[in-house]
Design a protein around this ligand. Structure first.
Ligand code: ZN
Length: 208
């Protein structure tokens, strides 16, 4: 990734420095995980590459490198802003100055840290006899719900235009297949089900 001398000089306006870390997009795919523990201590990361924060086409900013360090800061201080990170540990890349195509391929629908960290909620134990089903988005942007264990490893699937529709259709099929009205389905989402959703208010640009 390109790194130039003024990437971290706050050429970018105060507006960028006052952005909340929680509103930045979490750059890793999937659920939030933070492999670091303890407190964010810049001294500890003196040799680490700067936290790379890159502007997306839509105006949101995504953490391309340094997600764990940002996660560590947010755990202690959910209200932290970019200004809470020492300048020498930050590199800001406006759109066009980094390879956004690579990211779109690796992580097509990034969510904010706020959202990603929320999903960390512990799962409730599924009741016995639960039927584990999977839902994913197909390439036509419909939703495919499927199960292949409920009936002798037979693949049963349903497609819907919405998540709820696909789930409902599969549930109806399973009820018929298994001859039971009371099914306890446990859903696992494969990949992201949504498009990237911009955080309101952070992509308003320099309009003021
Ligand atoms: Zn966006």
């Amino acid at each position: 990734m390109k790194k130039d001398s003024n990437a971290s000089d706050c050429s970018s306006p105060c507006a960028t420095r006052s952005m909340r870390l929680a509103d930045l997009m979490y750059g890793h795919e999937g659920r939030f995980m933070c492999s670091l523990s303890g407190r964010f201590d810049p001294e500890k990361y003196i040799d680490a590459p700067p936290i790379q924060i890159c502007e997306m086409k839509c105006g949101c900013w995504i953490v391309a490198d340094g997600n764990n360090r940002v996660g560590l800061i947010l755990r202690k201080n959910p209200e932290a802003t970019i200004a809470n990170i020492p300048d020498q540990l930050i590199a800001l890349f406006p759109f066009g100055e980094w390879d956004s195509g690579l990211l779109e391929w690796a992580n097509p629908c990034p969510k904010s840290f706020r959202e990603a960290m929320k999903k960390q909620v512990r799962r409730v134990a599924a009741p016995k006899n639960s039927i584990y089903c999977t839902i994913e988005r197909d390439k036509d942007k419909n939703f495919l719900a499927y199960n292949f264990t409920a009936k002798k490893r037979q693949f049963i699937s349903a497609t819907g235009e919405t998540v709820d529709e696909a789930k409902r259709l599969l549930e109806e099929m399973l009820k018929v297949e298994l001859g039971s009205e009371n099914l306890s389905l446990v859903w696992h989402a494969q990949g992201s089900l949504e498009d990237h959703q911009c955080r309101p208010g952070i992509n308003t640009g320099a309009s003021s």
